[in-house]
Design a protein around this ligand. Structure first.
Ligand code: MN
Length: 252
């Protein structure tokens, strides 16, 4: 197994582990560059507070599409905090059977999020797109010019042609272990350009060795990508770290 220092977990819910502060500490100790996403802007102050003194953890300001049915009005709070961060997420759309009924509201919110980000400039946005790759890309294309911000598609499960379109729109992709063990998605992951690849755990929503994944488990994703792309794990790690540096313009 490769060393965890310098690896990248660009989508992890550190505030959903039993001990949030310990989860931040563990990520920092492992030296994994971790983007701590949030599902509601109410979680922003504490996430920001815990991340700000670390070298490797950053907090992202989110409003999860699965919560829109009850929390659409929190978009106002989300907007109030936006100037405090460069990192946005988790946001996006979920057209799965449980959330389909709020899809119109989700689209309103996501469009507003993208427009606010475009206006602010240089935001990096981690985006959920369950059963809605085309709708997500349509909204990104219409509302976020590539020079005004960057979308990172998290746990993307669109088709190869959706992925190709996303690449043309300037998107990055954060890949997790569940994507690599799903034979429906592997052919799409294989074709993502190396210079658009990032890694993630989406902990605690993925599992490693029968327990909730944590940021250091991203080493397994690096190894999985290495065997998929027929290059060494160190080369994947170096590539992903370089992509992160390009994405953030040297400052994370
Ligand atoms: Mn997530």
């Amino acid at each position: 197994m490769i060393a965890t220092a310098g690896l990248v977990d660009f989508h992890c819910h550190l505030d959903l582990y039993p001990d949030h502060a310990a989860a931040v500490k563990d990520a920092e100790a492992a030296g994994v560059f971790t983007l701590a996403v949030t599902t509601t802007p109410r979680a922003w102050p504490r996430n920001y507070e815990l991340a700000r003194r670390t070298k490797h953890v950053r907090a992202a300001l989110g409003l999860h599409p699965q919560l829109i049915v009850e929390r659409e009005n929190e978009i106002e709070l989300w907007e109030q905090y936006l100037s405090e961060t460069r990192y946005v997420g988790e946001v996006g759309l979920d057209a799965g059977p449980r959330f389909f009924k709020s899809l119109d509201a989700q689209k309103r919110v996501f469009q507003h999020v993208l427009q606010c980000c475009a206006q602010a400039g240089s935001k990096i946005i981690t985006v959920h797109s369950v059963r809605s790759a085309k709708a997500v890309l349509d909204l990104v294309e219409m509302n976020l010019p590539p020079k005004r911000g960057t979308v990172v598609l998290h746990w993307f499960t669109g088709t190869k042609s959706d992925a190709k379109r996303a690449v043309e729109l300037g998107c990055y992709f954060s890949i997790n272990s569940a994507m690599l063990s799903n034979e429906r998605h592997v052919p799409m992951v294989r074709e993502i350009p190396l210079d658009r690849l990032l890694t993630e755990t989406d902990g605690p929503f993925t599992r490693t060795d029968g327990r909730e994944s944590k940021p250091s488990d991203v080493a397994l994703v690096v190894e999985g990508l290495a065997s998929l792309r027929q290059i060494s794990a160190n080369e994947v790690a170096t590539t992903v770290r370089g992509n992160l540096r390009t994405l953030v313009g040297g400052r994370m």
